[in-house]
Design a protein around this ligand. Structure first.
Ligand SMILES: Cc1ncc(COP(=O)(O)O)c(C=O)c1O
Length: 448
């Protein structure tokens, strides 16, 4: 295999030069006389700072880094998913604790899958063919919701929002009044554009027209305040691998009493056997919490639960609650602010309107004439930190950095800014050395 370019050894005097080359002189003492042939040789190496690490640090907007106790929770022999001890020791405490994370008194259904599973399960459970749905589409994941609604034959209308722009609530309200949808859907935190939308205000609009409010919180839950009950979110749908800092593989849906009623009044059962939430209510939720499972009786699982992932989720949720939600939201806010200040000091602009920038995903415009994919490759291969390019139509103009769970901290934000600066320098973009890190450091210091 050809050696990687950065690992190339080079004799002094060669005309070949590479940015960032460091000149190393081989040791000439301690082990006897130097080989006369190499005595004068000085070796130049472009150091690959990533090489000594076994994996890149995940600064992408999910999956994100896992706390060590969460990783450890998976290091165990298999347990039986229908065994009572698993139900009592892991499943039940996890679902109960998730209610605190979701800020709901209602049920949080946890099933194998990912964010998309949660969105699809939620949508297909409450929407029947030809039901009117108003979908706020402010980015790639709004579009995803539209596609899901399409698949279940909903009569959907998109309320398009320019990517990165504010949501016009007055216009949305008018549109909701005109359409009178059965459900209104919103992506709380658009991961494709790094924006956070005012879910509480949109919930009010949904309520004012008697619509269910379906909220995608895949990249906000446990990083940004999401008040499921207080706002009136009927289906709060998310995945495990972002700010919850759990491994990928779990879908979560918090269901309001209104949403259960709508499911119970369906003219025909939902067209999925496994992901029909009503089946979960019947098989999974105890009578004392509004379900059909006699209290104390073992629940049934519409799909076999992945025991290792559930154990990891149990620990992830415990860590979140031990930290406290208020602390966690503030931590994400400070980390994202520091990142943004650092980027600004490097002369880099954010993509979205400054009033709606996200605290979990930063979407930035790449300096002119630099390819986002080249920045990602350089940061990963040479500096060991993985960030993401933009999605879809923004792939060639933007980059995205996650500050989620563990990574919303100086331990991750400062090295990321440093690596970004170095990678950009390698690619020809110059800014004052250390300016980004210094500005971010100051922001962390200001936050106390
Ligand atoms: C806002 C949002 N919604 C939905 C999804 C899809 O989730 P998953 O990839 O877990 O299926 C994502 C994934 O990044 C997302 O960020």
């Amino acid at each position: 295999m050809a050696p990687a370019p950065h690992a190339r050894l080079q004799m002094i005097g060669s005309r070949e030069t590479e940015p960032g080359s460091t000149y190393l002189r081989p040791p000439t003492n301690g082990t006897g006389p130097a080989d006369p042939a190499t005595e004068e040789a000085i070796v130049s190496v472009t150091i690959n700072w990533a090489q000594c690490h076994t994996r890149p640090v995940l600064m992408i907007p999910g999956p994100t880094e896992l706390p060590f106790p969460v990783i450890q929770a998976m290091n165990q022999p298999p347990s039986i998913q229908y065994d009572r001890s698993f139900d009592e020791a892991v499943l039940e405490p996890t679902t109960l604790a998730l209610r605190d994370v979701f800020q709901t008194k209602n049920e949080v259904i946890m099933m194998p899958g990912s964010g998309r599973t949660a969105l699809e399960a939620g949508a297909l459970s409450v929407i029947e063919p030809r039901d009117r749905v108003l979908v706020v589409g402010a980015g790639q994941f709004g579009v995803l919701m539209r596609e899901i609604m399409n698949r279940i034959d909903a009569d959907w209308t998109e309320f398009p929002v320019e990517w990165g722009a504010r949501l016009d609530l007055t216009r949305l309200e008018r549109e909701a009044e005109r359409i009178r949808p059965k459900a209104l859907t919103l992506v709380h935190n658009e991961t494709s554009t790094g924006t956070t939308y005012p879910a509480a205000e949109v919930a009010k609009i949904a309520r004012s027209v008697g619509a269910l409010f379906l909220l995608d919180t895949v990249s906000s839950i446990a990083g940004i305040d999401v008040r499921t009950d207080e706002w009136g979110v009927d289906l709060n749908m998310t995945g495990s691998q972002k700010c919850l800092a759990a491994p990928i593989g779990m879908a979560l849906v918090a269901v309001s009493p209104r949403a259960w009623e709508v499911m119970e009044r369906r003219s025909k059962p939902a067209r999925s056997w496994v992901y029909d939430l009503l089946r979960w209510k019947e098989w999974w939720v105890p009578v004392s919490r509004g379900g059909k499972v006699p209290d104390g009786a073992p629940r049934r699982q519409p799909v076999s639960m992945p025991t290792h992932l559930t154990a990891a989720m149990n620990v992830a949720v415990r860590l979140i609650l031990e930290e406290g939600l208020a602390h966690r939201f503030r931590r994400h806010e400070v980390a994202a602010t520091a990142l943004r200040r650092g980027l600004a000091a490097m002369g880099i602009e954010m993509f979205p309107d400054s009033s709606i920038v996200s605290n979990t995903v930063s979407c930035l415009r790449v300096p002119r004439s630099i390819e986002p994919a080249a920045v990602v490759t350089q940061m990963r291969d040479r500096y060991g930190i993985l960030i993401g390019t933009g999605l879809d139509k923004m792939r060639t103009t933007t980059l995205r950095i996650g500050t989620m769970g563990l990574t919303a901290s100086p331990q991750y934000v400062l090295p990321t800014l440093s690596a970004l600066e170095l990678a950009l320098r390698d690619l020809g973009y110059k800014c004052e050395p250390g300016a980004g890190v210094a500005a971010a450091q100051a922001a962390f210091a200001d936050a106390g």
